[in-house]
Design a protein around this ligand. Structure first.
Ligand SMILES: N[C@@H](CCC(=O)N[C@@H](CS)C(=O)NCC(=O)O)C(=O)O
Length: 247
């Protein structure tokens, strides 16, 4: 494992998942980090490294689930909490407290949306297979796509509309923050999972799509998206494409 990496991210290998929100912030900032679990076990990586961290009762705040960030002596879990910590260090959040809470608010709302998008394919329980909850998933998908996705995405569009400046529309007026990166990721994910429904809704969210495309064109993000570090979307992740759910 590269000793020089400043940040260590612990997340499941093979999926973007919630780890992706942290990766995008680190990538945009050009931070030196290592995706520990994707390293070989011989170099201290593999799932064993994650299990050891989750099982470490000596930590001041034992993490329940990944993603987990290690930075020096700090071990921080919960995606929004990790980003709240990283924001000032990566200069992806405003310097003032009110601004930081505003960005965290948006991140937490995105987390709510992510959880609902996940629950479309797991409406009964996370511990059951999708195949064991398909009828319920169909009902959940119909509601999610007709009610919840429009409500969440309409809300973010409204926030962007209020914060429009000649320099662009961001969730926090006048600056790109980690919440914008996360919104872009959620939009990528929803489009992957529900291409038909997303295409039908797209005309209602021009500012959000403009932000997403501008983020995808940022040099570091573009390089990341084109690199092998970016794991393709797949049906083990949060955003899954099951055509039968994409009404
Ligand atoms: N609210 C937490 C959720 C963490 C979470 O659910 N992690 C998933 C992977 S994305 C997991 O490993 N969950 C294990 C479990 O819930 O048993 C966060 O945002 O970090």
């Amino acid at each position: 494992m590269g000793k020089a990496a400043e940040y260590e991210l612990y997340y499941w290998p093979g999926i973007q998942g919630r780890g992706e929100f942290v990766r995008l912030a680190l990538e945009e900032a050009g931070a030196s980090y290592i995706d520990v679990v994707r390293e070989s076990p011989a170099h201290g990586g593999g799932t064993k490294a994650l299990m050891a961290l989750l099982g470490d009762d000596t930590l001041p705040a034992i993490p329940f689930a990944p993603p987990v960030l290690k930075h020096g002596d700090r071990v921080i879990a919960q995606t929004a909490n990790i980003l709240l910590y990283l924001g000032p260090l990566l200069e992806l959040t405003p310097p003032d407290e009110a601004g930081r809470f505003a960005v965290n608010q948006h991140q937490l709302t995105l987390a709510d949306l992510v959880a609902e998008a996940h629950d479309v394919h797991h409406p009964i329980c996370v511990s059951l297979y999708y195949e064991d909850q398909k009828p319920e998933a169909r009902r959940r998908a119909a509601q999610f796509l007709s009610q919840r996705m429009p409500k969440f995405l309409g809300y973010f569009e409204r926030v962007l509309s209020k914060n429009r400046t000649p320099g662009g529309a961001y969730l926090q007026k006048g600056m790109l923050t980690y919440a914008d990166l996360s919104l872009a990721q959620v939009l990528f994910g929803l489009e992957y999972a529900f291409p038909r429904a997303f295409a039908a809704f797209s005309p209602k969210i021009p500012l959000s799509l403009g932000l997403r495309d501008a983020i995808a064109a940022r040099p570091r993000i573009r390089a990341y998206l084109d690199s092998p570090r970016r794991i393709p979307f797949n049906e083990d992740g949060i955003f899954r494409h099951y055509p039968e759910l994409d009404a």
